[in-house]
Design a protein around this ligand. Structure first.
Ligand SMILES: [Zn+2]
Length: 309
């Protein structure tokens, strides 16, 4: 996140993460800034109608004043002006006890909503996505998957080490294929039960162990719609921090067209003409059907089909 080309505004300085003195010096820098999450929702500053939101940056000293655990900050990297950037994730409950919390530590906004609304600048959204994915991994990696011992944060938040058996654990990324299937004239789009409105999007699914991208595309499409897919071409990728996926965008060529929709997975799946797909992108479809917005890689895939590129 956001759309496709990841906007790397920070140098992650990965080669320096294991240097504890360096991380400490970055945190003590007068210019250091911290992005705060409460229940994995970033604290933002918004305009009155909330059409524009920006990250509410805090200094480590401010967070210490709020009695928040500054030592648990995650090092994100440095920008072009050598300003160190950190993230800190705490529970919403913990922020409630900060004096003046309502003015200082609100609003907190669900990151998916910020992405959907397009109210946050793309480079800030990208940064929030990176930090959220990392913070959520920490939430779920407190114990060693091997021996059950407690793990401790290392390398500025980019590693955890088991206190009991010494095994090291690294932030995980889950690869997901997302594919627009076409028979040449039409594209296959699906409506999932969870969408709750008239949105249709491309099919998607997790890659399983032992699969390559093309195999995962063919398996998922066949399982969900009964369509056999031939040629698969990779198009582009996009980090998607819910919780920590990497979307691998593909276009696949259908070898069959008769649909057998798996209704436990999908509410509906249909073939749409180029004209209809364009209307869904433009939100002018006569039945009110629409495609995902520009923040989603599905939008790019559908657009490439519509434009014939
Ligand atoms: Zn262990």
């Amino acid at each position: 996140m956001p759309t496709v080309a990841t906007m790397l505004m920070l140098d992650r300085l990965a080669q320096k993460r294991s240097d504890e003195a360096f991380i400490k010096s970055q945190l003590e820098s007068p210019s250091a800034r911290v992005l705060l999450f409460a229940d994995l929702k970033p604290v933002v500053r918004s305009n009155a109608d909330r059409t524009e939101s920006k990250i509410a940056w805090f200094s480590p000293a401010e967070l210490a004043e709020f009695k928040l655990p500054v030592a648990d900050t995650l090092f994100l990297g440095s920008d072009a002006n050598a300003v160190p950037h950190f993230a800190l994730a705490v529970t919403e409950h913990r922020t409630r006890h900060v004096p003046g919390a309502v003015e200082k530590l609100r609003p907190i906004v669900d990151l998916r909503s910020l992405a959907m609304q397009g109210s946050m600048p793309p480079e800030e959204l990208s940064l929030c996505g990176m930090a959220r994915a990392l913070a959520q991994w920490h939430e779920n990696a407190r114990h060693c998957g091997h021996c059950g011992g407690q793990t401790r944060v290392k390398d500025g938040g980019w590693k955890r080490r088991c206190w009991a058996c010494g095994l090291e654990w690294f932030p995980r990324v889950d690869p997901v294929v997302i594919m627009l299937i076409t028979d040449g004239e039409r594209c296959l789009l699906a409506h999932e039960h969870r969408y709750g409105d008239k949105m249709y999007s491309s099919l998607a699914g997790f890659i399983e162990p032992g699969e390559d991208i093309a195999h995962a595309v063919r398996r998922e499409v066949f399982e969900e719609t009964g369509i056999k897919v031939g040629e698969v071409t990779f198009q582009d990728s996009q980090p998607w921090p819910f919780p920590h996926s990497l979307m691998l965008g593909c276009i696949g060529r259908a070898e069959t067209t008769e649909l057998t929709v798996d209704t436990t997975e999908l509410a509906d799946a249909r073939w749409f003409s180029r004209t209809e797909a364009r209307q869904m992108l433009d939100r002018t479809h006569p039945d009110g059907l629409h495609a995902p917005g520009k923040q989603a890689i599905a939008n790019l895939l559908i657009r490439r089909f519509v434009d014939g590129t």
